[in-house]
Design a protein around this ligand. Sequence first.
Ligand SMILES: NC(=O)c1ccc[n+]([C@@H]2O[C@H](COP(=O)([O-])OP(=O)(O)OC[C@H]3O[C@@H](n4cnc5c(N)ncnc54)[C@H](OP(=O)(O)O)[C@@H]3O)[C@@H](O)[C@H]2O)c1
Length: 336
Amino acid sequence: MENVRFAVYGVGPIGSLVARYGLERKWMELVAAFDIDPVKIGRDIGELVGLDERIGVVVQKPSLDILRSVRPDVVLHATGSFLDRIYEQILESVKAGSDVISTCETLSYPYYRYSELANILDLEAKKNNSTILGVGVNPGFLLDLLPAILTTPCLRVEKVIARRIIDASKRRESFRRKIGLGLDKKIFDEKIKNGEITAHVGYAESICLIADALGLKLDFIEERQEAVIAEREVMVGGIKIDAGRVRGVRGYGAGIKNDKEILKIEFTAAVGVEEEFEEIIIEGVPRIVWRSVGGTPGDLATAAVVLNYVPIVLKAEPGVATVNKLRPPSYSMVGV
Ligand SMILES: NC(=O)c1ccc[n+]([C@@H]2O[C@H](COP(=O)([O-])OP(=O)(O)OC[C@H]3O[C@@H](n4cnc5c(N)ncnc54)[C@H](OP(=O)(O)O)[C@@H]3O)[C@@H](O)[C@H]2O)c1
């Protein structure tokens, strides 16, 4: 792989992991880092992401001028979950002629919630010869692309079920905050209602990705999530949840056709889960069951997914891409 010049846009927990592990790849060169947090602006990215050395790239306020002068091959973006709020940031990177890979959940299948914005981005990307991809571990891989790929050896598929259970105590602080850990149930419901917290975003996007991969035209999509309440005090990984408080969330997305649930994804993120795992069941001929042991560490895996898509996105057609339309991803051992 030739030298790839990349920028990180958003140096929170996920952007930091992307920068840190991107720097380890010999064929990747970090040329810029952007964030709006005044505490991060001006700091060397090497120090910020926990490396022992300064690497000579300081975090700057996002700017089209800087992007245009640096011209990264790809911008790795991790600032938010909702496309209407981060759309301008993606556009800025596209206008600089860069490809963009973003962890924005609703960008993983932007036609579901934001079809108008998706079409504008698609046009702008094509005009600027740039590819835009929304991807991460979930949505983007475990509960959508992977189940779709697992239908490959089937002669017939009746239903696709994918589940994921994770221990929220192992996840980054911003994740624990967005699932409302420790809140009173009433306050959790209020915060979800007014958008102050989001819990998991992307149930419907995952359903759309599976349906699109399978060429399945759904009648409708359902998504729902609720708080998981601690029945007694829970203490895991230094996190204590009092009885009666929120210890996590559980939710689902479903794809319905002819009154039948054809696609179902279920997700639980809570403190005090018995076991972490992902499980995919394809009801069909043959019946396929796949299950991970010990689960997939979501934050690290998201950074890995983003980095592993770099070579794919750089070679993809311009426009808005979705994972089911690109070549199957993998880790690249070139240069290792
Ligand atoms: N698809 C997936 O599988 C997946 C997996 C993990 C995460 N995600 C998503 O990826 C996103 C990033 O995760 P995170 O935990 O790192 O989020 P985070 O803790 O909110 O960090 C985001 C960083 O971006 C900065 N930022 C916000 N607006 C910005 C802007 N306009 N320009 C530049 N920087 C900006 C934030 O600064 P301030 O703190 O000052 O706002 C913060 O430093 C989240 O939306 C998360 O839900 C997706």
